[in-house]
Design a protein around this ligand. Structure first.
Ligand code: FES
Ligand SMILES: [Fe+2]
Length: 357
């Protein structure tokens, strides 16, 4: 298991200056500044090598790469000499080298060499916008603005010898991250959207459930008779078993679901939605469980894929595309307690009215 670098050790290049909002940004100024300080996954750990990797987060082009000591570096994907993406370059030791004129930048983003003038002075403008980066749960996480500690989703079972880790492929969704996360928290769609996978078409009723605020967001603790087995394995469901699903939300776009299976089994699913832009999301879903550890992994991957594909078919069609945070914008009923808490939580972060269309 990797260790989170203490936030105090991670800084942007110029922490006192407001980070430049990207050109063509699809978020409003307020929304972008509200979202930028949070942690988001931008890649799988195994995708990041000494070959620079290009990602996009909140419309910002980001380059991530691995230095010779195995540590990670992340920066805005631009060389301020002539605007070439650093992701076209390569890494040597702990330096990234621009493809165009060979300028070298160290792990702090400082330019260390201009090959055309090896003995000349180096303009302080030749400095990368460095971002904080860390690895957790098989993913590489970046934050664009470091304004102090921000909550990081907790999946403590990842890496435990009692649990099997599963890392499904990510999926790119043409929808707002907020819409996707809210759908993950929704408990009244199982009988309709998931009737083919695990839902029960004749069991749509949603019992009351509590929602409790936490420092990072809230917890929704939902108990019902809807099992989490796929239809193929429904025979394993003990008669009368009550299925508990605990959603722990880490605002704005991470949510951990624990499904409590019979005989102490637990399935942990981290829904980590990475906002590429206001209307595009790359979804990572690390999963771990303490049962069926020898069962074929492909069965789990297939089931996971099916359930998320059922959700995506809905979320890509929702309108307006951005999540309406104003509670008067859409109608609600009792089962929507989790999504109401989610919208209120996003509003409290500062997204406010601007996050509607
Ligand atoms: S554009 Fe990067 S070195 Fe010239
Ligand atoms: Fe769903």
């Amino acid at each position: 298991m990797t260790t989170i670098i203490p936030i105090s050790e991670m800084t942007t290049t110029n922490p006192s200056e407001p980070a430049p909002r990207p050109r063509g940004c699809t978020f409003t100024e307020t929304d972008w500044r509200t979202l930028a300080p949070f942690w988001y996954p931008v890649a799988f750990s195994h995708e990041i090598t000494s070959k620079p990797y290009a990602a996009t987060l909140l419309d910002v082009r980001v380059v991530v790469y691995r230095l010779s000591d195995g540590s990670l570096a992340a920066a805005r994907d631009i060389c301020y000499h002539r605007g070439v993406p650093l992701s076209l370059g390569h890494v040597e030791g702990d330096e990234i080298i621009c493809k165009y004129h060979g300028l070298r930048y160290d792990r702090d983003g400082r330019c260390t060499c201009i090959p055309a003038h090896p003995n000349g002075s180096i303009s302080p403008k030749l400095r990368l916008d460095v971002f904080a980066v860390t690895e957790q749960y098989g993913l590489v996480w970046v934050r664009l603005v470091d304004d102090g500690p921000r909550p990081f989703p907790v999946l403590e079972e990842w890496g435990s010898s009692d649990y099997l880790n599963v890392l499904p492929d990510s999926v790119t969704i043409n929808a707002a991250a907020g819409r996707q996360v809210e759908g993950f928290l929704d408990v009244s769609h199982f009988a309709f959207v998931h009737a083919e996978s695990f839902g029960e078409a004749d069991n749509p009723v949603v019992p009351d459930y509590p929602v409790t605020k936490t420092a990072a967001g809230f917890i929704a603790d939902y108990v019902s008779t809807v099992s989490n087995y796929s239809h193929e394995y429904k025979h394993l469901n003990p008669p009368g078993f009550l299925w508990r699903r605990r959603f722990e939300v880490y605002l704005p776009f991470n949510a951990k679901l624990t499904v409590f299976f019979p005989e102490g089994g637990q399935l942990q699913i981290l829904n980590a939605a990475s906002p590429v832009s206001a209307r595009k999301t790359r979804l990572f879903v690390p999963v771990c469980r303490n049962f069926d550890k020898d069962a074929p992994l492909q069965t789990t991957l297939d089931f996971n894929h099916q359930v998320f594909a059922e959700d995506i078919a809905i979320v890509e069609q929702q309108f307006p595309e951005d999540l309406p945070i104003d509670l008067h914008a859409e109608a609600h009923f009792g089962a929507d307690r989790s999504s109401i808490a989610y919208r209120k939580g996003l509003a409290a972060l500062g997204l406010g009215q601007n996050y509607t269309t």
